[in-house]
Design a binder for this molecule. Structure first.
Ligand code: MGD
Ligand code: MGD
Ligand code: SF4
Ligand code: MO
Length: 743
């Protein structure tokens, strides 16, 4: 049931007199506001509730939405500035066609011309090279309705198997690990469980910068006396107050998790009843770690042995505990192994399905959860179904009203699509909500690939760096211009509400796709006149799948501040905490341990490339930066990429903070200012990846992928770091004393 809004007195009691107070004169002082729309942030997977203030079809500001239970009014720097995108002068207002003679390389064309050109190129390429020679790449900043529509569009209008999405670079290692071990792919817990944990262990996540609202849940746990363990090559902000910091060498997390399991077994800090009643294959996991002693792991990971032992003791002897992981352990060629290694620790100690107990990924993109459930992936159909499973295909074909054989088979994942373009096997591409030139590994290779396309069309509201390589740009819609649902990192389905209409000739993303489907001769499969109809069909298509939305209605989602799937029938309360009573989602109801032997990353340091490079994020920029690099206040906070390095490394190469350094890998080179900090391992540098062109960190990264998830190894490369233009060579820093360094 909807909760009544908080009174001013309650607000002050809950948040204190100085927090989130309206400015003198009230929130609306100085701006005219026609209406205020309850919706959610367009950026990360936390999906904070926010109220957008609208005047004359423009979002002019925001108010905190205190009632929304996840963030209770709190927002991060990106959330409070997101409204500045809508009326940005760079907004694409009409369709554009490549024309080298026109200013900016594009000329304005009519919608009819643009759509007809796209359709005729799709036909030409598919007639000449076959249906799979035209690929589609998509993204999960899009709603569930759009994700679902895109899956159906690629299969029934484009007739291509080759659809994949940017979650391939984000959530897939967690997804694959979750499915293998637990039989379902969703956060194990609602975030309200975090404060109930006696140990909070974060592995490979910089939550204070990337999931700022989660920080407040961790503080609540700490206020109760919980211990905080942080596993990261950098002393990220929330690690500054950690009880135990594990300064892991990039790419070695599975060795650390293995040694912790080894210790849990050696001391018998195990929940035998849980293991016997609710799991399979413990013996295999145990055998794989038999030789993974803390001393061995200290050598491999660079984490002092005593800290590994301490982590095992705290995890093994506490009644409750949650392990939260993100891209630090997942974006590796061992991403799935790392996730399985983390889950093994939860299963061994019975930390699943109880209040304050869980091992969970933190979802990245806005709809990184819902977008990985409804048929957006190259091997997937709605409801997180398998496109190669005959029963799953038959169910979806019955909802779509098509012949089973009309649904193409399994396609290739995102990076392989780019490689197939480079190899000349894929000739045409339609992309929506994906900027591969900035976000794919090895950007020089990606650029070559995009230039080899015979035809490329992009649906976006800004011209991204990838968009500059397009033949046709179709102006799509911004988050606040369309309605639908999104599923937050907790597994909570929430309602996005439209605040304004697309400006100029821009159109709603879903309408562009429906229009294209119509022109491609498949209009009968796409009879929608609004997004609610798409959601109603999604419910049926997901019914009976693991990601079951059958019982979710827009009305209940709004009235109850979201619903947690699985929600198999109407009236069902939803499932905030998975695995209650030790019931997992494999057919026998048991979870599965996995043997995780240690193996090396795809590339290791050597004499020529002696420093580890890892990449990631800063608080004020978002993903490929197309949106946040256009918002002045966010740019001011972190205007250009910096190369974070330890004073010991800086001294060895003769640079001071702010000096230019050149970082070179086997793929490329980048020159940028050094940011000398004592909070990073001396053998590692960190570069955020939000910038294009010669500022792109992905010039350095490699195309090695995890064998199961096909996730690229964004977190581990070998590089050389030199003073820019200088003669000082980098020396080997692998033997640096960590005790005097990052710890
Ligand atoms: N401000 C901001 N917030 C965001 C985003 C954004 O772009 N900007 N993007 C959203 C999305 S899509 C995502 S996926 C999430 C990502 O959220 P996070 O995963 O938290 O962010 P990253 O910065 O990619 O990486 C996290 C940490 O991994 C560490 N790390 C690097 N290599 C290793 C390793 O080998 N082992 C371990 N244990 N740690 C390692 C890095 O030092 C870094 O602190 O953030 C979401 N939130
Ligand atoms: N080196 C390195 N590389 C990485 C990572 C890393 O940690 N290190 N992280 C990876 C991760 S986790 C991720 S998630 C990817 C993200 O990589 P991308 O998905 O390529 O990044 P975005 O910036 O989200 O690009 C999306 C594009 O879609 C547009 N867009 C956003 N919302 C909408 C919408 O509603 N409709 C339409 N039509 N367009 C929209 C934006 O304007 C932008 O141009 O990057 C990956 N790349
Ligand atoms: S934490 Fe994520 S969802 Fe919340 S305001 Fe920040 S970017 Fe938006
Ligand atoms: Mo992501």
């Amino acid at each position: 049931m909807a909760r009544p809004p908080l009174t001013d007195a309650e607000l002050i009691e809950r948040y204190g007199p100085h927090l989130n107070q309206a400015p003198p004169g009230g929130w609306n002082a100085g701006i005219e506001v026609d209406r205020v729309v309850d919706t959610h942030c367009c950026f990360c997977g936390q999906q904070c509730g926010i109220k957008l203030k609208v005047h004359d079809n423009e979002v002019v500001g925001f108010e905190p939405w205190y009632d929304f239970p996840f963030n209770e009014g709190k927002l991060c720097p990106k959330g409070v500035k997101r409204y500045l995108q809508g009326s940005h002068p760079d907004r694409v207002l009409y369709p554009m066609e490549r024309d080298e003679t026109a200013p900016g390389g594009f000329r304005r064309v009519s919608w009819d011309h643009a759509l007809d050109r796209v359709v005729s190129e799709i036909r030409r390429i598919q007639d000449e090279y076959g249906p799979n020679s035209f690929a589609m790449l998509s993204g999960v900043s899009l709603t569930n309705e759009k994700s679902y529509l895109i899956g159906k569009f690629a299969r029934l209008a484009l007739h291509t198997a080759n659809l994949d999405y940017n979650g391939r670079y984000c959530m897939v290692s967690a997804g694959a690990g979750n499915k293998k071990a637990l039989g379902i792919d969703r956060a194990s817990n609602p975030w309200s469980d975090i404060p109930l944990a006696d140990v909070v262990w974060t592995a490979g996540t910089n939550i204070a910068e990337t999931f700022p609202i989660t920080t407040s849940y961790i503080w609540k746990a700490r206020d109760r006396g919980a211990r905080l363990i942080v596993q990261d090559p950098r002393v990220v902000p929330h690690a500054r107050t950690a009880d135990l910091f594990l300064p892991v060498r990039p790419g070695t997390d599975s060795a650390l998790f293995g040694a912790v399991l080894h210790e849990l077994i050696r001391h018998d800090w195990l929940d035998h009843d849980f293991i016997d009643a609710h799991t399979n294959d413990f013996d295999q996991a145990a055998a794989a770690v038999a030789d993974m002693t803390p001393a061995w792991a200290a050598d491999v990971t660079g984490v002092p042995r005593a800290r590994i032992e301490q982590a095992a003791e705290w995890w093994g002897t506490s009644a409750t505990g949650m392990l939260l992981h993100a891209r630090g352990i997942e974006q590796q060629s061992k991403g799935v192994d790392n996730v399985l290694g983390a889950i093994n620790l939860g299963l061994a100690t019975g930390k699943f399905g109880k209040p304050g107990c869980g091992v969970t990924t933190i979802t990245g993109q806005g709809n990184g959860q819902g977008g990985r459930e409804h048929g957006h992936k190259c091997d997937q159909l709605p409801g997180n179904r398998d496109i190669t499973n005959p029963e799953h295909r038959a169910h979806v074909a019955s909802v779509w009203g098509c012949d089973v054989d009309e649904i193409p088979g399994k396609g290739i994942p995102a990076l392989e699509i780019i490689e197939a373009i480079h190899a000349g096997e894929i000739k045409g591409l339609l992309s929506i909500c994906f900027n591969p030139l900035v976000s794919s590994p090895d950007s020089n290779f990606t650029r070559e690939a995009l230039d080899r396309l015979e035809f490329y069309s992009v649906i976006d509201f800004f011209v991204s760096e990838s968009g500059h390589h397009a033949d046709i740009i179709l102006p799509g819609s911004l988050h606040e211009e369309d309605e639908g649902t999104s599923t937050s990192g907790e597994g909570r389905i929430i309602k996005i509400n439209a605040a304004v209409e697309p400006p100029g000739e821009a159109r709603l993303d879903w309408q562009i796709l429906v229009d294209l489907a119509d022109r491609l001769g498949s209009g009968h499969y796409f009879p929608y006149t609004d997004t609610h109809q798409i959601f109603e069909e999604l419910r049926l298509a997901s019914a009976g799948g693991t990601a079951d939305y059958r019982g979710a209605t827009w009305e209940r989602i709004e009235a109850e501040y979201g619903l947690f799937w699985p929600i198999p029938e109407e009236g069902h309360p939803g499932t905030p905490r998975l695995y209650e009573g030790g019931r997992f989602y494999h057919p026998d109801g048991r979870a599965k341990f996995h043997a995780v032997p240690y193996r090396l990353p795809g590339e290791v340091v050597d004499d020529d490339y002696p420093v580890w490079l890892t990449t990631g994020r800063v608080v004020s920029q978002y993903l490929s930066g197309t949106q946040t690099r256009r918002i002045a206040a966010l740019v001011a906070q972190y205007p250009e990429p910096l190369c974070e390095m330890h004073p010991q490394l800086a001294e060895r190469i003769g640079v001071a903070d702010g000096d230019l350094v050149t970082v070179t890998s086997r793929r490329g080179t980048i020159t940028l200012p050094a940011h000398v900090v004592a909070t990073i391992r001396p053998d590692t540098v960190f570069i955020p990846y939000h910038w294009p062109g010669d500022k792109a960190a992905n010039q350095l990264t490699q195309r090695v992928v995890d064998p199961i998830s096909k996730m690229p190894e964004f977190k581990v490369s070998a590089v050389r770091v030199e003073r820019a233009g200088g003669r000082v060579a980098t020396t080997d820093v692998r033997d640096f004393d960590l005790q005097g360094g990052a710890t």
